[in-house]
Design a protein around this ligand. Sequence first.
Ligand code: B12
Length: 218
Amino acid sequence: MVRGKYLASLKESIVNLDFNAVVETAKEAMDAGVDPQIAITDGIVLGMTIIGEKYETGEYFLSELVVAGEVMKEGMKVITPYIKGGSAKKLGAVVIATVEGDNHDLGKNIVTTLLRVHGFEVVDLGTDVPTDTIINAVKKRKPDILGLSALLTVTMPKMGEAIESLKMADLREKVKVIVGGSPVTSEFAESIGADHCAANALEGVKKCMEWVTPRETR
Ligand code: B12
């Protein structure tokens, strides 16, 4: 099977909510040498995007979203051990959270996994995290980067609230802020004063690496 077929099969197994197929295809893809990060972004994540579309059109219901999340986790379990880190020494520290009111964490967890394999120390505060908890973690951990995730349009303003609170606590200049999640746009990120909006997990991780790597050694 060529690479594209593995990616298509991974995507289909998510869309079909097929636990066995996702595990089998993920194993086959890894055995065939498909890049694990591409398997995640161009296979599994694309499948989840289709799930979202099917939910929007009424073909799938909430129960299918829940199952899709579990199918995705099974695929990730097979693929994650194959991701090779680019750096053995610690690159920098990141505090990451899904903002208050939002329980979506599949995307944030992918970002966390990729950051760790690329050499970042990541403190994952979890989901539905109040702004105060985020600010206290930045105070205590002094990370280089704060990552915020939101999947619901109603919770996106919490990202702006976190940045305002960083300013009030005199912390804004001490930490880069990267935001992500499917509804979050660059325009929105700019409007709340974030440093970057990640198009996807890989691109976000690359940006984080740029921030902590001295220019001459890149
Ligand atoms: C799976 C899912 C769920 C699962 C979540 C499971 C889990 N543990 O996360 C469950 C079933 C629990 C769920 C619940 C709900 N959901 Co939901 N869900 C989805 C779905 C289908 C996929 C989201 C997902 O995981 N995608 C896969 C991941 C990998 O992609 P991602 O999150 O976008 O992350 C990628 C990038 O954005 C980026 N990224 C994300 N965060 C960050 C952060 C940083 C720092 C960086 C660098 C990058 C980054 O990296 C990731 C990989 O590339 C979306 C549809 C969609 N199109 O997004 C709806 C969706 C987000 N849900 C929606 C809704 C409405 C809900 C509910 C309110 C439904 C309900 N009636 O109860 C509840 C909300 C519960 C709550 N309070 O949070 C709506 C939101 C609409 C809106 N405009 O706000 C969507 C868009 C579906 C739809 N089309 O209507 N959901």
